[in-house]
Design a binder for this molecule. Structure first.
Ligand code: KG4
Ligand code: ZN
Length: 334
């Protein structure tokens, strides 16, 4: 099997080729961050327009660089949900046109499912595992018992972790996306004055980040601390609150295999923190390489491969749904 993966759910246009025997052959992505930066956040109409502009030229490059033809491809795996509706529609329409022209089956993939399987791109993981998905649009914790057996344990009640990074970066006058900007702003910085944040008390495995964001906003406005200390302790509190729920899930489920995926998992401080904690607790924590933390089509191609293998000749209903949960998406597929 040779799958073409298509990912356009937000502001990255990404295509990838996954070969059953060789793994990822080639991935090409076009970031739009420089365009959205002007507006301090994502402009949905701009996303879809850019996807439309980027997709065909990127496909040309992908095929040339990997020395493949469209005829060699066996399946087309596409993110159909969730995401920005127009961005999804552009990606799905592009995939449908290719499918029609070259008579290739389409495999729908849920974006969160893609993120979960970004952890399989370099080496296989063992089931069951806990999956913490932390991105710009989502903060969700799953118990994954097998492929398509995803049990949502908890999710954010308000902002996603990445969204909090993006909003606080804007407050600090830093560029979009906020996570990498805050990381760069804090490079080699050692905090000078400790800032205590109020504790976040959300029951079960759910998360909340809007209180941390609002507290950070007040700190910036009061101007009593230096901005780097504020950014440092903001980041620290996001990490500690993610860890609090992940740790609880590890203890309660006794599942020692953990994957941490999505854009925020690229954060170095988080990576160092998780590596240290996992060593101490004997956990098997896995974070994908940074290039697979943020949105990419390789994770979509790989999840699509697992689906194609499971269902063989099934033809799937393609429904673009901007906010369907992973569990409902799977119910609709089966
Ligand atoms: O997974 P992703 O590429 O797109 C979504 O599905 O949302 O995640 C993007 C989010 C953005 O909010 C961005 O600020 C955050 O991930 N992010 C980071 C880092 N790199 C990206 N957050 C913290 N530290 C980073 N190094
Ligand atoms: Zn994502």
């Amino acid at each position: 099997m040779l799958l073409l993966g298509i990912e356009t759910s937000c502001d990255d246009t990404s295509l990838s080729l996954f070969d059953e025997k060789r793994g990822i052959i080639f991935e090409i992505s076009q970031s739009q961050a420089h365009l959205h930066n002007k507006y301090k956040g994502i402009v949905p109409e701009l996303c879809s327009r850019e996807h439309l502009k980027n997709l065909f030229p990127l496909l040309d490059i992908l095929l040339k660089e990997s020395d493949k033809k469209m005829e060699d491809i066996t399946h087309i795996a596409i993110t159909t949900s969730p995401g920005l509706i127009l961005s999804l529609v552009v990606g799905v329409s592009f995939g449908k046109a290719l499918s029609f022209l070259y008579n290739k089956p389409i495999i729908p993939v849920h974006h969160i499912e893609g993120h979960i399987y970004s952890s399989f791109l370099e080496e296989k993981r063992e089931y069951p595992f806990l999956a913490l998905v932390i991105s710009g649009g989502h903060t969700e914790l799953y118990l994954v018992k097998d492929f398509e057996e995803y049990h949502l344990l908890g999710k954010t009640k308000d902002d996603a972790a990445g969204e909090a990074f993006d909003k606080v970066a804007t407050m600090l006058g830093l560029s979009y996306p906020g996570g990498p900007s805050i990381e760069k702003f804090l490079e080699n910085y050692l905090p000078q004055t400790k800032i205590d944040f109020p504790s976040v008390n959300i029951p079960n495995y759910d998360f909340s980040f809007s209180g941390i964001k609002t507290f950070t906003k007040a700190l910036i406005e009061k101007n009593n601390y230096n901005k780097k200390d504020i950014a440092f302790y903001f980041q620290e509190n996001i990490i500690l609150n993610l860890w609090k729920k992940l740790y609880k899930a590890v203890i309660d489920t006794n599942v020692k295999n953990v994957v941490v995926v999505g854009g925020v998992s690229a954060n170095k401080r988080l990576r160092d923190f998780l590596s240290k904690e996992s060593r101490e607790l004997g956990l098997n924590i896995y974070l994908p390489p940074k290039k697979y933390s943020t949105d990419n089509a390789s994770m979509i191609a790989y999840a699509g491969y697992l689906r194609a293998k499971r269902y063989q000749d099934k033809s799937f209903n393609l429904v673009v749904e901007p906010s369907i949960s992973l569990e409902s998406f799977i119910k609709n597929i089966i």
